[in-house]
Design a protein around this ligand. Structure first.
Ligand SMILES: [Zn+2]
Length: 204
């Protein structure tokens, strides 16, 4: 089996999962793919934790009686931080619907996005500031991520709005070269919009 680790470039245009779905790489089982993708999420979280530590910002990984599961928390200031994986949470720049079993992946994505919305809403209702960052932001704009967290800790109660996310994707036409991207906001009031994209072409 080829070592696929080096091919996994989450920030690049083709995530490993997509390569698998297109039949370019058939060596991994589904659970192995999932494990690798989840490891990427963990790596993004580790990047953030390490940066926070070096910046002298002390977080906790959980808080008692929390109605959701953020990736880390600042309990005293009631700040919950999530690092959202670009594939699992529908990043508008990087989400790609796998060609294999699109219904399965669509249902998965839609579920994840609605859970993200529910969790965000219930935390905010309980007085938490919710900060959500994309996995790719940990690579491309770590300084901004830290600045947002720091200013929230300093009492500037601003909510970062990671903006739109993909709720589901519909392939158009028999050759599916074009797709409808249905985008939704995570924050109330919920807004939706539609983008027509060429398959394999992404704004990011
Ligand atoms: Zn992304």
């Amino acid at each position: 089996m080829r070592d696929l680790t080096s091919q996994w470039r989450p920030h690049g245009p083709q995530p490993l999962l997509l390569c698998v779905a297109r039949g370019e790489v058939m060596a991994l089982t589904k659970s192995e793919q999932m494990a690798r993708v989840r490891n990427r999420d963990t790596a993004a979280e580790l990047t953030l934790r390490s940066a926070l530590w070096h910046a002298g910002l002390r977080y906790r990984l959980s808080a008692p009686k929390l109605c959701a599961k953020p990736d880390l928390v600042f309990p005293r200031q009631r700040i919950a931080v999530f690092v959202d994986g670009c594939f699992w949470h529908g990043c508008p720049q990087h989400y790609t619907l796998p060609k294999s079993r699109p219904e399965f992946w669509t249902a998965k994505l839609t579920d994840n996005v609605s859970r993200d919305r529910r969790q965000t809403a219930s935390l905010r209702k309980e007085g938490w500031t919710v900060l959500r960052f994309w996995e790719h932001e940990l690579r491309s704009s770590l300084h901004e991520v830290l600045a947002t967290i720091r200013s929230s800790l300093e009492g500037e109660r601003r909510y970062n709005n990671s903006g739109w996310r993909v709720e589901f994707v519909e392939a158009l036409g028999p050759d599916a070269r074009r797709e409808h991207f249905h985008l939704v906001t995570l924050w109330e009031p919920v807004q939706r919009r539609l983008e027509v994209r060429q398959r394999d072409k992404h704004p990011g």
